[in-house]
Design a protein around this ligand. Structure first.
Ligand code: PLP
Length: 396
């Protein structure tokens, strides 16, 4: 039996349309797009068509502002370290306490190299402290690195407002947005609401393209050093033979999302709300992490008091339900989530937090199955939980 897959913020299934579009470039059109002979022309054309399509979908002014990478991790590294190298006179960076490890660990590395990093806190709902953000902007601020939507809670940051404040304070400060969770799911228009964003990172596998392909938007004129020295590919900024099938697949995934976006969004949000309401009704002592903030329509992070998150995930897994306790990278560890601790979620609630993330392939029957089995499972775990006993004064 196929698992019930509710971990779409970790990765998504490849859409059949995407696989279909990729196949010719895995089979007969295998040529190197840089080769000069006639046979390689379709591969070259496919890469440029994909670039045009994705650049247009995000409102880029020029297709050349979009570079293909292997994943969002590469894109963020390239943007952060490339910007640091190209702007040696400034040494202050602003980020938040709830970023994905690609940003937090890169910023920690910059701290070790002598850069000054301001870590902006969030409130109990996971929303950014705007006052602190504005106060941290300094004459030597080089870059702001902030996510659009949080991978653990789905909380959406007001990128338009933040980027505007930055540029109105000092147009030379670079604004990097990690849009890995929001790409194709929330409106992103680099000529509109994201007009003040200089750099934008994303990964194809979060929106039904394969793993191993990503993108970095670099606004024309942004000072950022080349990161992958090699051939002339990607305007000489990122050497390496292009991954033609995956590039084609990612463009197909972007186009697919554009045509189905409104319908998908409504359906996914209503399934997420059904799951959320059902859990709130059927299980006592639960709260929705980030529930009071604007959130991604597909994400539900729920704190279940008096049980261990690890136990919940194992039990869910036994029932064929895939969920997670946090980001894909940290869910393998027992460390409490840095996102939930930055939000001030109490220790016991943090340990019993589970993230369900839906996609266009999630069905109503799957949500109903979870709503039938999950409350029972929590009741069983609580009967075994010493925390539950202590709080409810039952002698063991
Ligand atoms: N940024 C965010 C917000 C993410 O959720 C992730 C992955 O979960 C990444 C960056 C890194 O993406 P990738 O592992 O595809 O490089």
């Amino acid at each position: 039996m196929l698992p019930i897959y509710l971990d779409n913020n970790a990765t998504t299934a490849i859409a059949p349309e995407v696989l279909e579009a990729m196949l010719p470039f895995l089979k007969q059109e295998y040529f190197n797009p840089s080769s000069m002979y006639e046979a390689a022309k379709p591969a070259r054309k496919a890469v440029e068509q994909a670039r045009d399509a994705i650049a247009a979908a995000i409102g880029a002014e020029h297709a050349s502002e979009l570079l293909f990478t292997s994943c969002a991790t590469e894109s963020v590294n390239a943007a952060l370290f490339g910007a640091v190298q190209a702007n040696p006179n400034r040494r202050h960076i602003i980020t938040t306490a709830v970023e994905h490890p690609v940003v937090t660990e890169s910023c920690r590395e910059l701290e070790r190299r002598g850069y000054d990093v301001s870590w902006i806190g969030v409130d109990r709902q996971g929303q950014i402290d705007l006052g602190q953000f504005v106060r941290e902007l300094r004459p030597d601020t080089l870059l702001v690195a902030i996510m659009h939507a949080n991978n653990e809670t789905g909380v959406v940051f007001p990128i338009e407002r933040l980027a505007r404040v930055v540029k109105e304070t000092d147009p030379a400060i670079l604004f990097l947005c990690d849009a890995t969770q929001s790409m194709t799911k929330l409106p992103i228009n680099l000529g509109g609401n994201f007009h003040y964003v200089d750099m934008l990172a994303f990964s194809g596998h979060k929106f039904h393209a394969p793993k191993g392909i990503g993108g970095l938007y670099l606004r024309r004129g942004t000072r950022c050093r080349t990161w992958m020295i090699g051939g002339h590919q990607e305007s000489g900024r990122r050497g390496g033979t292009e991954n033609v099938p995956y590039i084609v697949g990612m463009a197909q995934a972007v186009e697919l999302a554009a045509t189905t976006h409104d319908e998908d969004r409504k359906r996914i949000e209503s399934l997420r709300n059904k799951l959320e309401q059902g859990i709130l009704q059927k299980i006592s002592h639960v709260e929705i992490n980030g529930g009071g903030a604007e959130r991604m329509p597909n994400t539900l992070n729920v704190a279940i008091h008096f049980v261990e998150g690890e136990g919940i995930l194992y039990q869910l897994s036994d029932m064929g339900i895939c969920a997670s306790s946090g980001s894909a990278c940290t869910s393998g560890s027992l460390e409490p989530s840095h996102v939930l601790s930055a939000m001030g979620i109490p220790f016991t609630a943090m340990h019993g937090s589970v993230r369900f993330s839906l996609s266009r392939y999630t069905t109503e029957a799957e949500i109903e199955f979870v709503l039938r089995e999950f409350p029972e499972m929590i009741a069983r775990l609580r009967r075994l939980s010493p925390y539950w006993d202590q709080t409810h004064n039952r002698p063991r």
